[in-house]
Design a protein around this ligand. Structure first.
Ligand code: HEM
Length: 144
C-alpha cells in the first residue's frame, strides 16, 4: 500500500455523518465530466442501480484501504466487465475520483492535506489495477 489509510477512513466517516447519501453529488460530478456515460444507466429508472453500484464501490474502497481481501481483484474484474457496458478502461477509475471529490466538497474546511495526499495515492493505485487486469500482478509494482 503506497498510502496512509487513516485519513481516508476519517474522511469517509465524517462525510457519512454529514450526508446520508452522497450519490447525487457523485453522479453529478461523473456525468458533468463524462456526459456520455449517463446514457449507459438507461435501465436505472429508480436510481437503485446507481445507488447499489456506489454502495458496492464504497465497500470495495474500505476493503482496498484495509484488509484488501477482494477489492483489488474486484477493480480488475469490474474494469473488464464495464468495457462490456461501454465504459472505456481509462474512464473506469473516474468513478473513484468523483467519490473523492464529493467527499472533499462535503468536508469543506475539514478536508486536510493528509486526506488529499492519501486519496491521491490511493486513486493512483486503483487506476494502476484498472489498467493492469492481470490478477497475477503484484501490489508491489503498483507504486507509480
Ligand atoms: C465511470 C465509471 C463507471 C460507469 C460509467 C459504470 C456504469 C455501470 C453500468 C451502466 C452498470 C450496469 C447497470 C445496469 O445493470 O443496467 C454498472 C453495474 C455495476 N457497476 Fe459500474 N460503472 C462505473 C464504475 C464502477 C466501479 C469503479 C465499480 C466498482 C469497483 C463498479 C461496480 C459495478 C457493479 C458491482 C455493478 C453491478 C453489476 C456488475 O457486477 O457488473 N462500477 N456500472
Amino acid at each position: 500500500m503506497t498510502f496512509n489509510s487513516g485519513p481516508i477512513e476519517l474522511s469517509l466517516e465524517i462525510a457519512a455523518e454529514r450526508t446520508g447519501d452522497i450519490a447525487p453529488q457523485v453522479y453529478q460530478k461523473l456525468f458533468a465530466r463524462h456526459p456520455e456515460l449517463e446514457a449507459l444507466f438507461v435501465r436505472d429508472t429508480t436510481g437503485a442501480i446507481k445507488g447499489e453500484m456506489l454502495a458496492r464501490t464504497i465497500e470495495a474502497l474500505l476493503d482496498f484501504i484495509g484488509p484488501r481481501a477482494y477489492a483489488r481483484h474486484m477493480v480488475q474484474t469490474e474494469a473488464v466487465t464495464h468495457e462490456g457496458y461501454g465504459v472505456p478502461r481509462e474512464v473506469f477509475p473516474a468513478f473513484f475520483t468523483a467519490i473523492a471529490d464529493s467527499i472533499r466538497d462535503v468536508l469543506g474546511d475539514d478536508w486536510t492535506e493528509d486526506m488529499k495526499l492519501s486519496w491521491q495515492a490511493m486513486l493512483a493505485e486503483i487506476a494502476f489495477f484498472a489498467a493492469h487486469t492481470d490478477q497475477k500482478i503484484e501490489a508491489a509494482t503498483a507504486a507509480p
